[in-house]
Design a protein around this ligand. Structure first.
Ligand code: COA
Length: 162
């Protein structure tokens, strides 16, 4: 049986930490779908549009085999069901991620049974990266090339610094 995993996120923008997780996930699952959410948590107001986040994520992971990047504008549970996926993949960087991830996994289990959330940890050098910190560094003129794909770095500089 082919195991399909979905790695959902806002990806505003995709960072090297996300890419690291995609590379790890692609080794574990026959098919990995990076799901770019049109409706992230209500507290997030993305800097990039849905189309831009999808495009940047696609460019950043194009070197990884057996990975597709798709946008979804539904409940994650419905996207998972439509794709006939068996696994939701999420990254855990630190203990601080755990409470939110536990809630998300539990809610998704209520909404769609028979789907397991699997957590992977990114490489240590990415444990402190977050999209919002990268955006902040870029907005204030810091060098972000070590944190994101070069195309993402260009897009961020253009967006945040004009
Ligand atoms: N390396 C580096 N950073 C990472 C990372 C990794 N491996 N994994 C996560 N992050 C960071 C991100 O940069 C991001 O940082 P930020 O908060 O500063 O922007 C943060 O951790 C989490 O972002 P992301 O991984 O993009 O996921 P998310 O938490 O925004 O995703 C969804 C949440 C999209 C999965 C959730 O809102 C959802 O399912 N939405 C669809 C609608 C729905 O079904 N809602 C009900 C859910 S039960």
């Amino acid at each position: 049986m082919t195991i399909t995993a979905i790695y959902p996120g806002t990806f505003d923008p995709i960072t090297n930490g996300h890419i690291d997780l995609v590379e790890r996930g692609a080794k574990l699952f026959e098919r990995l779908i990076v799901g770019v959410a049109a409706f992230p948590s209500p507290s997030k107001k993305p800097t990039f549009s849905n189309e831009e986040r999808l495009e940047l994520a696609s460019i950043a992971v194009e070197h990884v085999p057996n990975v597709e990047v798709k946008a979804f504008d539904t409940l994650l549970a419905h996207f998972v069901r439509n794709e006939r996926a068996q696994v939701i993949l999420r990254g855990l960087r630190a203990v601080s991620d755990f409470e939110y991830e536990f809630q998300l996994a539990s809610m998704n289990r209520q909404l769609i049974q028979d789907v397991e959330t699997v957590f992977l940890t990114p490489a240590e050098q990415y444990a402190y990266i977050s999209s919002s910190l990268v955006r902040e560094v870029a907005a204030l003129g810091g060098n972000i090339e070590q944190f994101v794909h070069p195309r993402v770095a260009r897009a961020l500089s253009a967006r945040l610094r004009g």
